[in-house]
Design a protein around this ligand. Structure first.
Ligand code: GDP
Length: 444
């Protein structure tokens, strides 16, 4: 999980100060010392850490905090505010040109996730803003780069502009913008060449491209796993190009936090998007306040809700609610629900957004196993339609058959049947469906 050990350490520190009715200057100093170490260990740039700690200290020792009624909580609030600020404060939105096409150029080292992010961003602007993007293959050096972009284009059913490997990248991008105008593509996404290290030739080429098409957005793609290194790279790119933002990739890995927390301070540009997986929909706008809240173990309920709204079909949700209300919820509906939740992403990722999830005892060692859910699905699929409607008719020999059919054991089948029964009982109670009482619907 991203930022896990940083989050753990900060929470340990806060535990000591949270409930305090009186916080002394010495307490604040002790706390900031611990935060400083935690940040350094998370590979945050030392200059960034120093400034951060100074700001926290100054505010936390200030009168408004120490004299407040809940100084312990106030101090934590200061840290949360400053963390949010460190990552850019307000959310920075994508800058779409008033006169199309919007030109977006992605730069970064090889392997950072440029090409993949190009595809994700194209998918995002189409879905979110109803745009018709053109992908541009301007990396003529890495042998597979053009092909990789074409494959993404095919998956997305989107055109890819390429002049092959022998053309000059500046010609490619200039022609691509003309083509976009002719064919009414309102967003142009340029995939540029990366190298393993920053080198002069690459920078010059990027500067030439920038001068030729004057992008509306130039995003530096940064691999969150690379920590401090990412900071040096970011510094070099921001010295040479007019960066307008950062796309932070691989936040699904167990990155320590260094890149996420340093890159805004170093480049002066905000993180606009975060990528959390290899799939084409694994890109989200970056919200500094929500990320700060996650780092502090306070969860990210807003993103969770947004994911649910985005991925759940509203009509289906309404139908489901009605079924719960009328007690006609069956195993088929259960299956449908599992499918809906799974669309939102891997379960452990969803869980990491719940407040306090990482504080649950033993939680860290529980692997939320998608395989187990697969078992549940297999069991339900092995039932007949009648059984799904009315599981009570499933007798011992059918249980054996279902277990065999789904590659599970009789115990697994029994467990699921019991869980389903319990769940229905609970629904009944929630709906106030006991006899004689007036039904009350808690969802209204
Ligand atoms: P480029 O050289 O900068 O164009 O990098 P690519 O787009 O080819 O990505 C390099 C590798 O990182 C590929 O295997 C991608 O699938 C992977 N990758 C990119 N973004 C993410 C991400 O957000 N999460 C994970 N887990 N992998 C990613």
């Amino acid at each position: 999980m991203a930022f896990e050990s940083l989050a753990d350490r900060l929470q340990e520190t806060f535990k000591k100060i949270r409930g305090k009715g009186k916080v002394s200057e010495a307490d604040v100093k002790q706390m900031t010392r611990e935060i400083r170490l935690a940040l350094l260990e998370a590979d945050v740039n030392f200059k960034v850490v120093k400034d951060f700690i100074n700001r926290v200290k100054e505010r936390a020792i200030g009168q408004e905090v120490l004299k407040s009624l809940t100084p312990g909580q106030q101090v934590i609030k200061v840290v949360q505010d400053e963390l949010t600020e460190l990552m850019g404060g307000e959310q920075s939105k994508l800058n779409l040109a008033s006169k199309p096409p919007t030109v977006i150029m992605l730069v970064g080292l090889q392997g950072a996730g440029k090409t993949t992010s190009n595809g994700k961003l194209a998918n995002y602007v189409r879905k979110q803003f109803n745009k018709n993007p053109l992908l541009v293959a301007a990396d003529v050096y890495r042998p597979a780069a053009i092909k990789q972009l074409q494959t993404l284009g095919k998956q997305l059913n989107m055109p890819v502009f390429s002049l092959g490997e022998d053309a000059d990248p500046v010609d490619i991008v200039a022609q691509s913008v003309e083509k976009a105008k002719e064919e009414h593509h309102d967003v142009v996404l340029i995939d540029t060449a990366g190298r393993l290290h920053v080198d002069e030739e690459m920078m010059e080429e990027l500067q030439r491209i920038e001068a030729a098409v004057k992008p509306d957005e130039t995003f530096l793609v940064v691999d969150a796993m690379t920590g401090q290194d990412a900071v040096n790279v970011a510094e070099s790119f921001s010295e040479r190009l007019n960066l307008t933002g950062v796309i932070l990739t691989k936040l699904d890995g167990d990155t320590r936090g260094g890149a996420a927390l340093s890159v805004k301070a170093v480049t002066g540009q905000p993180i606009k998007f975060a990528a959390t997986g290899e799939k084409l929909d694994a890109l989200e706008p970056f919200h500094p306040d929500r990320m700060a809240s996650r780092i502090l173990g306070m969860g990210d309920v807003l993103t969770l809700i947004e994911k649910a709204q985005q991925d759940m079909d509203e009509q289906k949700a309404k139908d489901m609610e009605k079924k719960m209300r009328t007690m006609s919820f069956t195993f088929d509906d259960f299956l449908e629900q599992i499918g809906q939740v799974r669309k939102m992403g891997p379960l452990d990722e969803l869980l990491s957004m719940m407040p306090g999830a990482n504080k649950l005892k033993g939680m860290k060692n529980i692997q939320i196993d998608d395989k187990q859910i697969g078992h549940v699905e297999a069991i339900i699929r092995s039932m007949t339609s009648e059984e799904k409607e009315e599981p009570d008719i499933i007798n011992a020999s059918r249980k054996r058959r279902i277990a065999n059919g789904s590659g599970t054991s009789i115990q697994d089948v029994n467990r699921l049947l019991k869980q389903f029964k319990d769940m229905k009982k609970m629904m009944k109670q929630m709906m106030g469906g006991t006899k004689g009482k007036k039904k009350k619907n808690p969802f209204n």
